[in-house]
Each structure stands twice: as C-alpha cells, then as structure tokens.
Write a protein that binds this ligand. Structure first.
Ligand SMILES: *Cc1c(COP(=O)(O)O)cnc(C)c1O
Ligand code: SF4
Length: 340
C-alpha cells in the first residue's frame, strides 16, 4: 500500500497548539536535515547541491509523505536542489512566460481577457525546483496595502475584469487577516464576479485550511475557485483529502494544475493515478502544463510528444472530466495554448 494512504496527522492537532505558521517555521531548510529524516546518506544522493541560491524549503507535513530511503521519490525530486540546476541552455530563460511585459501596475498581470492575476506575496510553503517564478524579482514580504490599492484601483477602472486571481508566490502565505482585507476590497468592486486562488499551500501544510480561512473564502458573494498544484498521487494523503472536503463543504470549486516533470510524473500510471486520486478527493484535473523553460529547470523537461501520448492514452482510459488539458504558455498568446 502506498504511503500516501496513511493518515499522518491527527485532525485534532490542526487548529490549536500547532498553527500553520508554526509548521512553516519548523519546515526543513537544510538539505542534510531533510536527508537525515529520509534516512538517506549524502552518498546515496550524489547529485544533491546544498549550496543552491534558491534554498531548500520543505514542510515536515510534506516530507512525511516521502518514502524513506528512496532517493528517487517523486516528492523529493520536486524539492531537492541538484547540480543539474546549473546547466545552461539558451532556450531556458529567467522570465520564460513574459510576465514582466504583462505587468500593468506593480504586482498586477493582465495577459488574458476578463481576468487579472495579482501577485500578493513572494512567499511560498515550499520551494519547487522547477518553479517558473524562481527568478521573479520579488522579495518574500507581502505586498504593502498601498501597492494593493494601486492594483485594486486599476481593476476598478476596467469593468471587463470579472475575475481576480490571487497568485504569488503563494497567496495562502498571507495571514487570514490580510486575506480578509484583500478579499473584502475585491468583493466591493461590483463588476468582479469570481475569485480564484492559485495555491500549493494546502498541499504542503493541509491545516492551512482552518475555520477562519474557510469562512473568508466561502463567506462572500464571489464564486470562488481554488486551483491546487498537485503533481503526483502520493502527495494526496488523508490530511489533504480532509482539506479538500472542507473546501468543498464551504462551496469552493476545486481544480488542479500539474506540471509534466521528468522523473516525477512522466509515465501513464503516474498520470492516471493522479487523476483518479484527484477525483476521489473532489478536485477536477484542469491543466497539465508543459514545463516553462526557466533557467535551472531543464533537467525536468519532457518532450511534448510524450505529453501528447500520455494525455491521449488517459482519454482512452478515464472519464472525460478526469483528463486535464495539456497546455503550454507562450508569451504574447491570448490564452494558454493547447498542445495536441
Ligand atoms: C495562467 C494565467 C491566467 C489564467 O489562465 P486560465 O487559462 O484562465 O487558467 C491568468 N493570468 C495570467 C497572467 C496567467 O499566467
Ligand atoms: S509553490 Fe508555486 S510559486 Fe511557490 S515555488 Fe512552488 S511552483 Fe513556485
């Protein structure tokens, strides 16, 4: 039986003594400590690079879902700094998706019709090695209220903006107080109908989905959509399932975006298990992203022909709603581009 099926954390520890902030404080930040915990010796992981300028960050709740002694664990591979990140190729850029070009005011990206993306903070609950924002020029501090005001005013002036996407970094790194302040302000803009939250936080630290947050997300007039970022079925244990159930009960529509990653989820069983597990816990597969060609991530890239093959094979084996759209992000395009 897979380790992901074992409940690792009692629900009762979630709210009181151990808050999510404390989990973040106690996260692994040193490669040797994580390897120790996983019962791996440095000799078993020779590709590891503890000196990386994009440092390791892994909450214990997530490390607990890794298989001890397995240096190829699909969760470990997403977070472990390795020497291959220093490989340079002219196709792999610092800003591969043209974010800087679509920034209307600081922290507000307007690329596509009827929706805008707000960079709320640079902080995350984890550092994913393949992150396309790993070189994004933000610090880890939340944006100031003044900066948000400028972004909100710009949304207010454009009545075509029906949806606001909170992104980052990870918007759930913000305290509930700041989130409430921000969401209240968004809710007060009458032409905004939908709120979307792009987050990995509840996957890393599931008790981030606490009562106050459920009230903030579920208790406003906006149709609220949460887009998770789950790449492998083993990431979804009982604590994650509980968080998804609570969100569903609060009326939140839940979707998932994954990234196709070499060594992590590049086989048909990986993709089928992921989709099935997502559906089991009430999250619909939305996108499977072709890796953005960001400097430091080229060792994760899979050929598009593989992605096409995988998605076609999934279509033959799964219900239609369990098959994600395989897409790539092209600077200057009016939407994500379907790959087929
Ligand atoms: C991906 C993205 C969106 C959302 O696109 P959807 O296809 O609606 O999920 C919006 N704004 C920006 C800047 C994006 O990169
Ligand atoms: S959580 Fe998202 S934004 Fe943060 S490092 Fe991972 S992929 Fe990047």
């Amino acid at each position: 039986m897979s380790a992901s099926m074992t409940p690792r954390m009692q629900e009762s520890t979630a709210s009181h003594e151990s808050t999510w902030q404390r989990s973040l404080q106690h996260a692994f930040r040193k490669v040797d400590e994580l390897l120790d915990f996983l019962e791996l010796t440095p000799a078993q992981v020779p590709e590891c690079d503890p000196t990386s300028s994009f440092p390791l960050l892994v909450p214990r709740e997530y490390a607990a879902r890794m298989t001890k002694g397995d240096s190829r664990d699909p969760l470990l591979l997403q977070v472990l700094p390795v020497r291959d990140e220093q490989l340079i190729d002219e196709g792999f850029l610092v800003d591969p998706v043209g974010d800087s070009a679509s920034e209307v005011v600081p922290g507000l990206l307007h690329k596509y019709a009827s929706r805008v993306l707000l960079i709320t903070t640079g902080a995350c609950a984890v550092h994913c090695r393949y992150c396309f924002r790993r070189h994004y020029p933000y610090d880890e501090k939340p944006k100031s209220w003044l900066q948000w005001q400028t972004a909100l005013q710009s949304i207010e002036r454009d009545s075509s903006m029906e949806e606001v996407i909170l992104s980052g970094g990870d918007p759930l790194s913000l305290s509930n107080g700041r989130l409430r302040q921000l969401i209240d302000a968004i809710e007060s803009i009458s032409h905004v109908r939908r709120l979307r939250v792009h987050t990995r936080f509840p996957l890393l630290i599931p008790h981030r989905i606490d009562d106050a947050l459920l009230e903030i997300l579920g208790g406003n007039r906006l149709r609220t959509v949460m887009v998770w970022h789950i790449n492998h079925a083993q990431e979804i244990d009982a604590t994650v399932a509980t968080a998804a159930r609570d969100l569903q009960q609060a009326g939140i529509l839940q979707l998932n975006q994954a990234v196709l990653l070499r060594g992590v989820n590049d086989t048909l069983p990986d993709q089928i298990d992921l989709s099935k597990r997502l559906i089991d816990v009430g999250i619909l597969p939305y996108y499977l992203h072709q890796l953005d060609r960001v400097q430091g991530a080229m060792h994760f890239e899979c050929p598009e022909s593989l992605g096409i093959e995988l998605v076609n094979a999934m279509r033959e084996q799964l219900s239609g709603y369990a098959v994600p759209r395989y897409v790539r992000e092209m600077p200057g395009e009016l939407s994500k581009s379907l790959i087929r």
